[in-house]
Design a protein around this ligand. Structure first.
Ligand code: PXP
Length: 239
């Protein structure tokens, strides 16, 4: 059996919780379910605007859950400070802009990278494994390696959004070639974004893949896997 691991992103458990500003669904409880059902780590994106995960989610999951906690964050001084204080096991640095619905592609790895390098090296030196979220492009991977990243998370958006077998095969090949380079550079290899129950298998088969980080499709499926029981239990109580 292959030793590929699954990071489960629970951002949208918080999205649902925030719809009512209640305690439920609780991110600590969600993390425990993730880890007790085969998920290998809990992934949370603390965005600058705190639209889903809040600081208290990250702090509580770190303190109350036994397991690997992976923080996705922008390369800002605020997030660096939080990561150094809360100490997730690993961090993935992602691009972030104010009005996007979700992360749009990998980090821009050209031009001035000194701020990104400083944060990457500081976190890595403090013992937090740092991955950079990049598109499957050789230049971006080499640049991430040069500024001290421990791992690469390949952005799979182009693959997951591609329509038709031909286009998808082309995007898959880019991911395969990029993975080869990541392993040649002796870095950890992660991938994610837009992976679902239909497109995951080919990516999971890429040689050397260490982690796939998946959120939206799992939380969406969870609604329908669970809705039947939830309705039935309520009906039973009403009798
Ligand atoms: N990896 C990164 C770096 C992300 O930003 C996200 C979304 O938060 C994911 C993986 C998960 O993407 P999805 O929710 O589409 O599975």
């Amino acid at each position: 059996m292959r030793n590929i691991k699954l990071g489960v992103n629970i951002d949208h458990i918080a999205t649902l919780r925030n719809a009512r500003n209640e305690k439920n669904p609780d991110t600590v409880e969600a993390s425990r379910v993730v880890l007790s059902s085969g998920g290998d780590m809990v992934v949370m994106h603390l965005r600058g605007d705190r639209r889903h995960i809040k600081d208290s989610d990250l702090e509580r999951v770190r303190q109350e859950v036994k397991g690997i906690v992976h923080l996705e964050m922008a390369a800002t001084a605020e997030m660096e400070k939080i990561a150094l204080r809360v100490r997730p096991d690993s961090v993935c640095i992602v691009p972030e802009s104010a009005h996007e619905l979700t992360t749009q592609g990998g980090l821009k790895m050209t031009g001035k990278l000194s701020d990104l390098e400083k944060i990457t090296r500081n976190l890595s030196k403090s013992g937090i494994e740092v991955s950079l979220f990049v598109d499957p492009e050789p230049q971006a991977i080499r640049a991430a390696h040069n500024i001290g990243a421990d791992s690469i998370e390949l952005c799979t958006s182009a693959y997951s959004e591609s329509w038709g077998k031909k286009l998808q095969a082309k995007e898959l090949e880019k991911l395969q070639l990029a993975s080869f380079l990541v392993k040649e550079l002796k870095m950890g290899l992660h991938a994610g974004h837009g992976l679902d129950y239909y497109n995951v298998v080919a990516v999971a088969r890429i040689e050397g893949m260490d982690y796939l980080n998946i959120g939206y499709s799992i939380i969406s499926k969870a609604v329908f896997v669970g809705l039947k029981n939830a309705v039935a239990e309520m009906k039973r109580l009403m009798q």
